[in-house]
Design a protein around this ligand. Structure first.
Ligand SMILES: O=C(O)[C@H]1NCC[C@@H]1O
Length: 291
């Protein structure tokens, strides 16, 4: 409804492909943070959670402010997420959030990906379902190859999985679809070195950051493949060079799955603000499509 208000009924592709709703007092949480896509569905967005926290603090929207960290409970499409923002009484800094239960749906699934041949992926839930695969399998290098080539490979993989793989989440409605494919540098063994990641999600969109739910998925997969232990942090770098750190906090269950709560930490920055206005007789303002 909010997206419609901003952009009118969907009539094609809009430059603004999502809206994040910030709403107080939803189902006993402090806020709701919902990434609404142009196609009409809603997903988790860890990037948005990290950004929202600093915004909410600056706007005075958070009720119980504490030092050196303030906790906020956020309702996301995948369920409640707990976030903590560093606060020294004057300014805010890094934000960490603890995920809903993350689990491995299937490991080592081999597919025939058109134009690429046989590719083996892991299917992981970290607030959304992702395929995780090393870029090397497509003879690409996550640092050196063109983004368009990486994106094409990830997208072909998502496409075939959406056709062939039946997913189901044991507890949460509306999340049982392949949201995207995450390409990695394949460096999954524990190390203090940065590991590179590129998440291609929704409809061929490249996350410039390491992706909050994608990072949860990657660290959960590393845990279940015995590469990292509880509380061992790893640093993940996205295509724009920004990093998130992440670790597994504890084991939990999710239906029949062994699952983990993960923690992802990053830093958002203010880059401006704007106010949308839609006057009653403005037809173009409701969106238009040039064909
Ligand atoms: O950080 C995240 O979780 C989001 N980034 C793009 C895809 C996900 O919704």
């Amino acid at each position: 409804e909010y997206r419609k208000l901003l952009m009118g009924e969907p009539r094609g592709h809009y430059e603004m492909f999502g809206a994040i709703i910030v709403s107080p007092d939803i189902e006993s949480c402090d806020f709701a943070c919902i990434f609404i896509h142009n196609e009409g569905y809603a997903t988790m967005c860890g990037d948005a959670v990290i950004s929202l926290m600093r915004y909410a603090m600056k706007k005075g929207l958070v009720k119980n402010v504490t030092l050196p960290e303030t906790q906020v409970n956020i309702q996301c499409p995948c369920g409640p997420v707990t976030a903590y923002v560093t606060y020294d009484g004057q300014s805010t800094g890094a934000v960490r959030f603890q995920s809903v239960p993350c689990f491995v749906f299937q490991t080592d699934l081999t597919l025939e990906v058109p134009s690429y041949g046989q590719i083996t992926v892991d299917i992981v839930y970290g607030g959304a379902f992702y395929a995780i695969v090393s870029a090397g399998q497509y003879c690409l290098d996550i640092r050196e190859s063109k983004v368009s080539d990486l994106r094409a490979a990830a997208d072909a993989t998502t496409d075939i999985l959406r056709k062939q793989l039946e997913l189901s989440h044991p507890e949460t409605e509306g999340v049982s679809f392949v949201y995207g494919t995450i390409l990695t540098d394949g460096n999954d063994d524990y190390s203090e070195e940065i590991t590179d990641t590129m998440c291609v999600y929704a409809e061929k969109q490249v996350d410039r950051s390491p992706c909050g739910s994608g990072t949860s998925s990657r660290i959960a997969l590393q845990y279940f493949k015995n590469k990292v232990k509880v509380n061992q942090s790893r640093t993940f770098r996205g295509p724009s060079g920004d990093v998130f750190t992440a670790k597994v906090v504890k084991e939990v269950n999710c239906g029949k799955y062994r699952a983990v709560v993960t923690e992802v930490k990053g830093h958002g920055y203010f880059c401006g603000n704007s106010t949308f206005t839609l006057e009653e007789n403005d037809v173009t303002g409701r969106g238009f499509l040039l064909q």
